[in-house]
Design a protein. Structure first.
Length: 395
């Protein structure tokens, strides 16, 4: 991957009509050098995350290969020496193995800092004051490693005055919530949800990709449902499409699964119709009921496919159906689950995406491209965090 030089970054700003950019927030781990590049390109106020890693080749350089000073009045030698000493302190403090993660900032710390920082800016505080308020809020948060997390945020250029009020001239207006609302039947997020961001990201990428069926596998109790719920909340909160969560962990008959989906999506109770189809089989001779039972169940299935198609076509992105705990149906009759449920569901509903959790493999479905992802065990440290959070504390 190449890098963008200072001169090219400046030219990009000027070409886009952004000569008067006053502020940039680089909310990413180890983003110090990216932040310094923006500062050297002329942005007067940049917030970034401290990096413990050496600068990448060509970082902070102009077209002639010369590294740019970070702040006016600061010599290049002073800046290099300061960074070297700072990095040495990090490695001496944390050791070689943990120093690499010193430039990492947790999502929670970023949210806490950003909320306090932007709120202070909108109240007319200077950038420097807002930055100090953000760090103070991180220090005061009981769920964060206060001193460590707060020290990771940097205000660049170093040594430059940051006494501007970025939002000082904003007119007072009426608050209008333009958040796109979509329907969902999701359960609440788990109270303790640690170290699954990477897994959630991979599942979201799969769901939003070209493959309409994503299978999330893993051992019992490893956290498949929690990851699926987190994915659903992420997509629903951002208005991608309606998200419906259906627990099928205790259902093994295809008709029962269809009925559960129908009840969840729009409240239409098809279960009675499926029961009617099944009762025909028990009340009449076999020779008279085979065709009738098949026809009744088929009609109910087509009704459900039509309902799902209607709901999905009403939104731009379709809908996401999360089927949690498919291992029961797969264990009972995997062929029936694939051929009489999943395959028709995908065939007759063009805009429906499925996220399915299971301990077992779904197997191959004809003409259906499946994305299979796995939830792996937590590290020992993260498992300890979950254990200590869930265990009652003795006072």
């Amino acid at each position: 991957h190449g890098h963008l030089s200072i001169d090219k970054l400046k030219a990009l700003f000027e070409a886009g009509g952004t000569k008067n950019v006053e502020f940039v927030f680089v909310a990413a781990c180890n983003s110090q050098y990216v932040g310094e590049a923006f500062a050297a390109a002329g942005v007067p106020h940049v917030v970034a995350v401290r990096s413990s890693l050496p600068p990448p080749p060509g970082a902070h350089q102009d077209e002639q290969g010369q590294r740019q000073p970070v702040a006016a009045g600061t010599t290049q030698v002073e800046e290099d020496v300061g960074e070297q000493e700072e990095r040495k302190t990090i490695y001496d403090t944390y050791g070689d193995e943990k120093a690499e993660t010193h430039g990492l900032v947790t999502d929670h710390a970023s949210r806490v800092f950003a909320h306090a920082f932007y709120l202070a800016l909108f109240y007319g505080r200077t950038v420097a004051e807002a930055f100090d308020i953000g760090k103070a809020r991180v220090l005061a948060d009981p769920d964060l490693s206060a001193s460590c997390d707060a020290s990771k945020f940097l205000l660049l250029p170093k040594g430059a005055p940051h006494d501007s009020r970025v939002f000082d001239a904003l007119p007072v207006g009426r608050f209008v919530d333009v958040t796109k609302r979509v329907a969902s039947s999701l359960p609440p997020m788990p109270e303790f949800f640690f170290a699954r961001n990477d897994c959630v990201h991979r599942v979201i990428t799969s769901v939003l990709g070209k493959r309409r069926l994503t299978v999330l596998r893993g051992a019992r109790g490893i956290g498949k449902s929690s990851v699926a719920v987190a994915v659903g909340h992420y997509l629903a909160d951002r208005g991608h499409f309606p998200v419906y969560f259906v627990d099928i962990s205790e259902l093994h008959q295809v008709d029962d699964i269809r009925a559960a989906i129908a009840n969840t999506v729009d409240g239409v109770d098809l279960h009675g119709r499926f029961e009617t189809a099944s009762s025909v089989s028990t009340m009449a001779p076999q020779s008279m009921t085979t065709t009738t039972t098949t026809t009744a169940a088929s009609d109910c299935a087509m009704t459900l496919w039509s309902q799902l198609a209607a709901v999905s076509s009403a939104t731009v992105g379709g809908l996401l159906l999360i089927l949690d705990g498919a291992q029961t149906a797969l264990r009972h009759n995997a062929v029936q689950f694939r051929n009489e449920f999943l395959a028709p569901l995908l065939r007759y509903t063009k805009d429906v995406r499925i996220l399915l959790t299971s301990e077992r493999s779904v197997g191959k479905i004809t003409h259906v491209a499946t994305s299979a992802l796995f939830v792996t065990p937590l590290s020992a440290m993260d498992a300890l965090r979950v254990f200590s959070s869930l265990c009652p504390r003795i006072v």
